[in-house]
Design a protein around this ligand. Structure first.
Ligand code: CA
Length: 332
């Protein structure tokens, strides 16, 4: 930890008080249009006596909507009479990014999911990460962070957890993934796990569960329904909300190695050759990148490095060298 100074963030809620509280994490942010201004990050605490605590977040990336839609809704509708323990809801974790509709913060370009453990004396994004690291994560038994593909990726809808060195913790996370009951359930690997909220929670020994529920910088009726039903299922599974888990069929997927990921090596116009959820054979052409500067140039082909199913794809029609073009996952 870079510093032990206290966080500048002041919560307007009391985490130990019973009932429903709708408040803010108030982060001082002095700027041209507000000399003594603050960033007001919405937070809801729903508590009913002693018991386990769930920490739920959306908007870690500001252009992903299933999580915020499900969590603003849950904060408005969850009755504390149905709760045993505590539910802490932060529907738009990187609130400045969420307000701007962008992945990263317009204030400091901070990517929340590469900013952990954060700094109390850092940028706005680092200060939010630090507050989660030192104040919110330690309160939680189970941590759920909603993601979708944002403006540049699109996914088949899945709930996910990571393979972990602690197999008991890993099993508890996969049990929660099964309870979420998305159409797909993923044993997920990361391209680069350093600085992720996921990693911070897992290193603290917390059950950590995430999703990728769609993308394209919007939401769909089906994926929002999956998010709303799934998060209630996880809270019921954890014994925090009364009621039985609404079971639904899920297909387990694995990302066995970095060969899952295909990256563009050219700029151009991308032509998807396989749609999300379709089967893929090793060496099959997943996408073609067409050069647009002149006619008569053959497209570059992006081929699958393993057989499986197309789980994610680049979303916009134009692609740059280095963009993630496709992700293949394997049926378990
Ligand atoms: Ca994301």
């Amino acid at each position: 930890m870079s510093s032990l100074r206290p966080s500048p963030i002041a919560p307007t809620v009391d985490f130990d008080r019973d009932g429903v509280q709708h408040g803010f994490l108030r982060l001082p942010y002095s700027r041209d249009d507000s000399a003594w201004g603050s960033v007001m990050i919405p937070i809801c605490v729903i508590r009913n006596g002693k018991g386990p605590a769930a920490l739920l977040s959306g908007g870690n990336h500001g252009d992903e909507y299933e999580g915020p839609l499900a969590l603003y809704d849950l904060a408005r509708t969850l009755d504390p009479k149905d709760v045993s323990g505590t539910v802490i809801i932060v529907p738009a974790m990187n609130y400045p990014a969420f307000r701007a509709g962008t992945r990263t913060s317009p204030i400091d370009k901070g990517n929340m999911n590469r900013s952990f453990p954060g700094r109390p004396d850092g940028t706005v994004t680092e200060k939010i990460a630090d507050y989660f690291q030192r104040e919110l994560l330690p309160r939680a038994d189970i941590v759920f962070d909603f993601h979708s593909g944002g403006k540049t990726l699109d996914f088949v809808p899945f709930c996910a957890a990571h393979t972990l060195p602690d197999k008991a913790l890993e099993q508890r996370a996969f049990d929660a993934v099964a309870a979420f009951a998305a159409p797909f359930s993923m044993r997920m690997i990361e391209i680069d796990a350093v600085g992720m909220y996921d990693t911070a929670a897992e290193e603290m020994g917390k059950v950590f569960v995430s999703t990728e529920l769609g993308g394209g910088g919007t939401s769909r009726a089906q994926t929002v329904r999956i998010a709303r039903r799934g998060i209630l299922n996880v809270l019921r599974h954890a014994g925090i909300v009364a009621g039985v888990v609404e079971k639904s069929k899920t297909q387990w997927l694995d990302m066995p190695s970095g060969d899952c990921f295909s990256f563009a090596e050219d700029d151009g116009m991308i032509e998807t050759m396989v749609d999300l959820g379709e089967p893929v054979e090793k060496d099959a052409v997943l996408a073609r990148i067409h050069s647009t500067g002149r006619t008569g140039i053959a497209p570059q082909e992006i081929r699958a490095k393993m057989s499986g199913m197309l789980a994610a794809r680049h979303f916009p029609g134009l692609v740059k060298a280095g963009d993630c073009a496709a992700v293949v996952a394997v049926h378990v």
